[in-house]
Design a binder for this molecule. Sequence first.
Ligand SMILES: Cc1cc2nc3c(=O)[nH]c(=O)nc-3n(C[C@H](O)[C@H](O)[C@H](O)COP(=O)(O)OP(=O)(O)OC[C@H]3O[C@@H](n4cnc5c(N)ncnc54)[C@H](O)[C@@H]3O)c2cc1C
Length: 346
Amino acid sequence: MSCDTALPGAGGLWVLAEHDQGRILPVAFELLGRARQLADRMICPVAAILPGTVDQAGVSALIAAGADEVLTCADPALDNLPEDPCTDLLSHLVRQYEPAVFLIGATHWGRTVAPRVAARVHTGLTADCTMLDIDPKTGLLLQTRPAFGGNLLATIVTERHRPQMATVRPGVLPEPVRDTSRRGRLLPVEPPPLTNRLAELSRLVLPPEQGIAAARVIVSAGRGIMSQKNLALVRSLADLLGGQMGVSRPLVDMGWAPVGCQIGQTGQSVAPDLLIACGISGAIQHIAGLGQARMLVAINTDPEAPIFQFADVQVVADCVPLLRQLVRDLSARRKDGGLGSEAAAP
Ligand SMILES: Cc1cc2nc3c(=O)[nH]c(=O)nc-3n(C[C@H](O)[C@H](O)[C@H](O)COP(=O)(O)OP(=O)(O)OC[C@H]3O[C@@H](n4cnc5c(N)ncnc54)[C@H](O)[C@@H]3O)c2cc1C
């Protein structure tokens, strides 16, 4: 990997700072944290690429999380991150500044834009990486992701094309500790002519389940929940704990829960402080989404269930009466004022 610091971000590691109307998404900070660690080993700059308008606090947060440079293109036409114009801008910047690595969050938006940019600049893209490293001998980015239904971890390198592009799901990497004493450069860049074949007519605000990637508490259910009706218990416990409901894939396939609730390889990656898994066996494709859960409590009738290998607390029990009891007890405590207001907030 070569670094030409005369050009902004040249030869360095780029991270796309995706935002939601100016609020930078946690995945951008997670990627910056990892990029910073890799760049320190390679002695390369880290640049955050910021299309659209974000306030000074957002820019400072990117620098505190590890960016040396923030390339901004504060064109109001980019504020809602429209896909066509953002593809134009990002492809243009890649051609102009030639970064060695370009990391993008595997959000719905990132999954749409990253392959378009990769195709435009004729490079490879490794989607949904779970690990990123640098080969100390070659300086190449080692992009590791599950393959063959999660039974294998494949490490992919982009030897001949640049940049080496990868997407990483939200919640897979830890957020870095922010260092507010860090200093960085803000570099406004000019957009190329932007094209847009789509007109945004309205915005649909998705239900809260769509946000399980950022939830601090998750109560999740698998086939062991037995019926769709029993999911009300899961949702109630999640509400009482100030968390959200997650599910395994069969429940989505059966139409019991929206796809945004699905945890796993083909669903969301989650990183809660507490996850209570009810009637989930622990298939590898499900576990692939649980990488960063701090405390995993598993409830299963089968003492040999694979999920127990990953659980901090193993409860061999029928989850349905247990959930009913927990909801009853916590509701009673809430009525008595015994459940802290923060935990009790739905
Ligand atoms: C390419 C591919 C991608 C996939 N992606 C995903 C994914 O993203 N997410 C995902 O979840 N799956 C995914 N799967 C499916 C995955 O392989 C499993 O089939 C699925 O995770 C199993 O879901 P489950 O644990 O709910 O059901 P099961 O495996 O049927 O497990 C049910 C568990 O409930 C327990 N149980 C039964 N009754 C009770 C009770 N009353 N109380 C407590 N416990 C009880 C049982 O002992 C059992 O352990 C994928 C599969 C493939 C091939």
